[in-house]
Write a new protein. Structure first.
Length: 312
């Protein structure tokens, strides 16, 4: 299965916090309201709604910056905080997010769609090749409440603030960790459909040292960036929702996947991306891939191995 990257997601901060940031529209003073004024709930209901039109992210010295740009006013309330998992508004389902930490954001009196229901800011999941930020994922857009999760390589201090003209909510996330570049293999769909090998293309990603194997798999499961996707690169997940662990010992990398892993009859699977990605790392000569139940065809010895479910 080809998974598209459901994508699109400083002035120096004086302080960085890892707590909830909240801004509220000023209330109308009671003394100023005429006797015939509508109740407070009606005034809030009539408040203008911000429309998200763009999500972008970039690296600056010492931090990654994610910017949410709105048409109209700023969202009436903004909040942020780290969560153990990203929950879809309405369904309550867990949304997969690449990375070791998730920063959740909530905007009230804000929408990310037009009257026809089409997104006004782009795809719901966007990948970024930054030192800290891996993905920006939309979790909800319902009843003027808009929510997102930012997948990070590591949990780090952050700061949330606003700018105007145009209206923007800015999230600055510290990147104090040292990174090294690694190569990640994605399917080149154009070469694959033309029958021209190799079927994968290597892209560069920064990962946090020294856990380069873990970092490389995080970047793989985050998928290609918008530009890479436009160039034909795809992440083939084969039903895997992520990986539970990766351990390298004796030159062998052992990868435990999560999800209902299966080839679906395809000759190209997630194993064809994981194996060459890990073999690019120093000290990795063989790769053994296990399904969610810990099964692989050749668990012993120095050899490559995949679970039976990934056979064509």
């Amino acid at each position: 299965m080809f998974l598209p990257p459901m994508r699109s997601l400083a002035a120096s901060a004086t302080s960085l916090v890892s707590a909830l940031t909240l801004a509220v529209l000023p209330a109308v003073p009671a003394a100023a309201a005429p006797a015939s004024a509508a109740p407070a709930s009606a005034l809030r209901a009539a408040a203008p709604v911000a429309t998200l039109v763009r999500v972008r992210a970039s690296h600056h010295p010492g931090l990654d910056r994610v910017v949410f740009e709105f048409r109209g006013p700023l969202p009436a309330r903004r909040s942020a905080g780290y969560v153990s998992r990203l929950i879809a508004d309405g369904s309550g389902a867990t949304i997969p997010v690449a990375g070791d930490a998730i920063l959740a954001l909530r905007f009230e009196r804000a929408v990310g769609h037009d009257e026809s229901g089409a997104s006004t800011h782009g795809p719901a999941r966007e990948t970024f090749a930054l030192p800290g930020v891996l993905q920006v994922v939309r979790a909800g857009d319902f009843e003027a409440v808009l929510s997102f999760g930012i997948g990070l390589a590591r949990k780090a201090p952050y700061r949330v603030y606003t700018l105007t003209r145009p209206s923007r909510v800015v999230v600055d996330i510290r990147t104090p960790h040292r990174t090294v570049p690694v190569g990640v293999h994605f399917l080149d769909s154009r070469r694959y459909h033309a029958g021209r090998e190799p079927y994968t293309r290597v892209v560069r990603r920064p990962v946090v040292a020294p856990a380069t194997a873990r970092g490389a798999l995080q970047r793989l499961f985050a998928g290609p960036t918008r530009a890479e996707y436009a160039a034909g690169l795809r992440f083939v997940a084969s039903g895997a929702t992520g990986f539970r662990s990766v351990v390298v010992r004796g030159g062998v990398a052992h990868v435990r996947l999560t999800g209902a892993v299966g080839s679906g009859g395809s000759a190209f699977t997630v194993a064809d991306e994981i194996t060459p990605t890990l073999k690019r790392l120093p000290g990795v000569h063989w790769v053994k891939i296990y399904d969610a139940r810990g099964r692989t065809e050749h668990p012993a010895g120095r050899s490559d191995s995949i679970p039976e479910s990934l056979e064509p």
